[in-house]
Write a protein that binds this ligand. Sequence first.
Ligand SMILES: Cc1cc2nc3c(=O)[nH]c(=O)nc-3n(C[C@H](O)[C@H](O)[C@H](O)COP(=O)(O)OP(=O)(O)OC[C@H]3O[C@@H](n4cnc5c(N)ncnc54)[C@H](O)[C@@H]3O)c2cc1C
Length: 485
Amino acid sequence: MTPPSSHRDVIVIGAGLSGLVAAYRLARGGASVLVLEARQRVGGRTLTVPLGRGYADLGGQWMSPTQHRLAALSEELGVATVPQARSGHMVIQWADRTDRREPWWSRLPLATTWELTRRVRQIDRLCQQIPLDAPESARGAAEWSQQSLADWLDQNVRTHRARETLELASQLVFGAEPHELSFLYVLHALGVTSGLTGRRAFGPGATEMRFVGGAHRLSRVLAARLGPIVRLGHRVASIDHSGPRVVVTCRSTVARSGGAEARFSAQLIILALSPSLFARIDITPDLALTAAGCHGGRLHLSPVIKCAFAYREAFWRQDDLSGEAYRSQGAVRAVVDHSTPDGSQPALLAFIVGDRARSLSAGQPAERRSLVIAELVELFGRRAEAPVDYAEKNWPDDRWSPGCVAIVGPAAFESPPHRPEGGQPRDPARPWIIAPGTSHGPFGRIHLAGTETATRWPSYMEGAVEAGERAAGEVLSRLAQRPPA
Ligand SMILES: Cc1cc2nc3c(=O)[nH]c(=O)nc-3n(C[C@H](O)[C@H](O)[C@H](O)COP(=O)(O)OP(=O)(O)OC[C@H]3O[C@@H](n4cnc5c(N)ncnc54)[C@H](O)[C@@H]3O)c2cc1C
């Protein structure tokens, strides 16, 4: 076996936003650091690509004004933010009609408005009953963890339009279908963000600000400052933390390298990727966390495809439309204006989520392009027919981040039908959920970062920053305690 080629204080695994933030804080704290990233790029679930004369955010995109860590980081890195363009009317296309030009809720029958208001308040009240660091200890937890969101809607929602609205909200917030979400997970996830009303899926809230040049810039600037300590194309295959040093074995993902092996050692490790991917790394001794951390196999990333279209002009604005649209039917669930902040490149961005993303993921980009254009024409008219450029990201097909938000299925849904490998049997002795904030260990010499381990806004960039900063802080204080060499 080849000996480790170099030794560091800390190895960070994963050069997404969380891993890079951790590495940056560690390096500034005086630690020697190495970052190992499987892909040929940094940024993980953030990805900004050229689109016409502008650019498109095909991964993480928005920031909420309540996400203070992300705001502070963007200021520190010199990445400016701008409000998401929203002036003009929103379009909502229901199964049986299209609403334009007035607040969408003003056209709802009174019974529906009444029911929607009550159900949203009810969900927000239930969220408040969930202890954020121990959701499984809530009074109704046993029942809610067995139930899916769809079960809860079946039992509580009577009017057709209220159901349609809440299903659409679930698809928009989680990128997933109500039947694949544990109701306890939904309550907890809303509780650690800003509840259903605070989030306002149909308007500003979590989607209020964009990053000038794209969200990916945050990671690119961090990586540029870190320099050669960030090693791309290094897939971590195993971690051995049984001895006095942790030994990490990587396989090269560079084509023509033949999967060459490299080994590194460190005092401590920060694992900065979604717990849904831990099982791909051979960890010795096994993290007691792994099975429970993956929620007994019920944690997976929700499927989302983003499709961006550049146009010669922002024709929707000429019709006093904002470019923001929601559909309860078809492939596309949401569309937003994605023009460059200076207006030099008009653009629309469409989201395909849940079951539709899963089925369309297997097709070709040209098919998705035509399908989405046809739906944009239904929303905005014939001028949507002729984009000058197209870019897409099919996340379910991505080897390193096969989705968007880490979601937990109901206990009764151990083997999601879309997962070819099936679910894992759940160990009844383990709590069904590892709450963010209590799940980050450390586990021996392994510390966890990654957005899923954040206490606030897990699954968002804010959560990634919080987790990266927290893990770096833990590691720096541990390094400070070690005896002098
Ligand atoms: C379509 C989409 C839309 C989104 N929209 C928003 C939004 O508007 N606002 C928001 O705040 N958030 C949004 N998010 C979520 C946000 O992008 C993520 O929460 C955040 O980027 C996660 O960062 P992370 O560093 O925790 O994880 P990741 O970005 O997943 O980083 C983990 C890294 O680990 C690497 N890796 C995996 N396995 C290995 C291995 N074995 N060895 C080495 N490296 C490995 C991966 O390649 C990856 O680079 C969105 C995400 C998607 C996909």
